[in-house]
Design a protein around this ligand. Structure first.
Ligand SMILES: Cc1cc2nc3c(=O)[nH]c(=O)nc-3n(C[C@H](O)[C@H](O)[C@H](O)COP(=O)(O)OP(=O)(O)OC[C@H]3O[C@@H](n4cnc5c(N)ncnc54)[C@H](O)[C@@H]3O)c2cc1C
Length: 491
């Protein structure tokens, strides 16, 4: 089995590579036990895989939804001399069965998916391997190209592999847990299972499993009611099918938790697969405002001239230096722990609309921050989640300044929904966390400027550097920018 690792995956930082490698090290050990040789080769996909395919009967790859992942697979299909099979393990119901129609709201998507779930919600059986490959030399398989393949030695440890890569280190590994957990989130299937266990069974000394009251209390940022599975699902460290089956079994044996499981299921299966549907139905613009419903985009644009209470720079916001203590805490939670609480993600994204002059600026900032700091970022859920905050899959609200018909969220609304004292407790907890990790936080923002530009270009296509600068992404010289030109063809 071959894993192709590029040091320059767009918007991936040391934080994301570390988490991914923690998972890969476990995969290597588990496969070794089954007699399967697992090699991680450093290089840009699909090159090394095409090279290996010359000695293979066929190639089986996993599935991907975002542009670069689609492009890699498309090229693999074009260049490999053998059949290439794509196996879709990221969702319960194969996404192609639902793309015959475009659902713009979850209400119409839900029943279509629900009809198919039973057929596909089946456990995967690990068959014994009859021909072991532990003795196989990956270098021989990869063949002798002009540039020899570089294999990464996972046995040397994650830190050592990480050190050998030239990845962007401006977002360090997470070193503390916020809502996510008491400890920092670490990657790997074992950690994923631990979170799953915690969610569905009673921890020592605690009478109820974490899913208790999920239906009504998951939105409260003080109660730690979420499963914390999103980074593991994102990196494939746990399968959505395994989680869904466990939820089903739990509901059967704990009928009084039926409502909690139902709501969890709706997030895990319906909302998550609806996000995949969104990305597949907007292949060219899932990451720019053009993906928004016409009423939302037109409404936001109409109000771009409205007076804003304040305009913050990207730098002020990234450092959590606005005059909104709740927002700052949410931003810091994401920067420090790699996972912002779900409810706050909505509040956090929507505030940026009133602090920036245009929908393009607000959208670019929010999405870039989500992708940069969140461990679960850079996937369909992130693209759909950000789009939702700007009107996707929502209904128009009465027109109001700045937001037009797009639903807005306010600090006073937060205080009404949760007790003010409980939000303040959350803020205190995050501030204490900041103290705890002082010195381990990155020195922002010299690099953040450059990456913001790189990100902007990647998402908006072939602009001139001047366009990025005029768009107010950040004041950079064209020469500084050119180093960050993306290698992905524009849509
Ligand atoms: C602005 C914004 C950005 C977001 N960015 C991301 C992102 O980059 N990656 C990401 O996985 N989720 C994202 N979400 C959705 C949601 O916030 C996270 O999935 C959730 O907070 C993850 O925490 P958890 O696993 O503990 O959630 P739980 O409440 O335990 O939910 C279980 C699983 O259900 C799925 N899920 C939960 N809520 C949603 C949702 N609203 N939409 C789709 N699937 C959902 C996730 O896979 C999650 O792991 C975003 C939401 C918003 C509003």
């Amino acid at each position: 089995m071959l894993f192709c690792l590029t040091d320059a995956y767009p918007e991936a930082y040391e934080r994301h590579y570390a988490f991914m490698l923690e998972g890969l090290a476990e995969v290597a050990a588990d496969l070794r036990e089954r007699g399967i040789r697992f090699a991680v080769v450093r290089g840009e996909a699909p090159g090394p895989i095409v090279a290996a395919s010359r000695q293979a009967g066929c190639v089986v790859t996993d599935c991907g939804y975002t542009r670069l992942l689609r492009l890699w697979r498309q090229r693999l299909g074009e260049q490999a001399p053998v059949a290439v099979f794509e196996v879709e393990g990221e969702v319960v119901v194969p996404s192609k069965l639902l793309t015959d129609r475009h659902d713009s709201v979850a209400a119409t998507f839900r029943p279509r998916l629900a009809r198919l779930v039973k057929q596909y919600l089946v456990d995967v059986v690990a068959h014994p391997v009859s021909i072991k490959s532990l003795e196989l030399d990956p270098l021989l398989v990869l063949g002798s190209n002009d540039t020899p393949a570089v294999l990464l030695d996972l046995d040397a440890g994650v830190q050592s592999v990480l050190g050998a890569l030239s990845v962007d280190r401006s977002v360090p590994r997470v070193c503390a847990g916020g809502d996510a957990a008491d400890e920092a989130l670490r990657g790997g299937a074992r950690e994923a299972k631990r979170h799953l266990q915690r969610f569905f069974s009673s921890a020592e000394g605690v009478a109820e499993p974490a899913i208790e009251d999920y239906a009504v209390k998951r939105n409260n940022m003080c109660l730690r009611k979420q499963s914390h599975l999103s980074p593991y699902l994102h990196f494939g460290h746990i399968s959505v099918v395994a989680v869904a089956l466990q939820a089903q079994a739990f509901a059967a044996s704990h009928p009084r938790h039926e409502r909690n499981v139902h709501v969890f299921w709706d997030e895990l299966v319906i909302r998550r697969e609806f996000a995949v549907h969104f990305v597949l139905k907007h292949p060219k613009d899932y990451d720019i405002p053009r993906c928004l419903p016409a009423w939302a985009l037109a409404g936001l644009r109409e109000h771009e001239g409205d007076t804003r209470p304040r305009i913050y720079t990207a730098e002020q916001m990234e450092k959590g230096k606005t005059d909104d203590a709740y927002w700052n805490a949410a931003q810091l939670e994401m920067v420090i722990t790699g996972k912002m609480h779900n409810y706050l993600r909505m509040y956090w994204a929507k505030q940026v609309i009133k602090w920036t002059q245009s929908v393009d600026q607000a959208y670019a900032f929010v999405l870039h921050q989500n992708n940069k700091w969140e461990l679960d970022g850079r996937g369909p859920n992130g693209f759909a989640g950000v789009a939702w905050c700007f009107g996707h899959a929502d209904t128009p609200f009465p027109d109001r300044p700045i937001y037009g018909p797009v639903r807005c969220m306010t600090a006073s609304g937060l205080e009404k929904k949760f007790e003010k004292s409980s939000i303040e407790r959350y803020v205190k907890r995050i501030l204490a966390l900041r103290k705890e990790v002082k010195g381990k936080l990155p020195a922002p923002l010299a690099f953040a400027r450059l990456s913001a530009v790189s990100n902007f270009f990647q998402r908006t296509g072939p602009h001139t550097p001047a366009a990025a600068i005029t768009a107010g992404v950040l004041p950079l010289s064209p020469s500084a920018f050119s180093a960050f030109l993306p290698r992905i063809p524009a849509p």
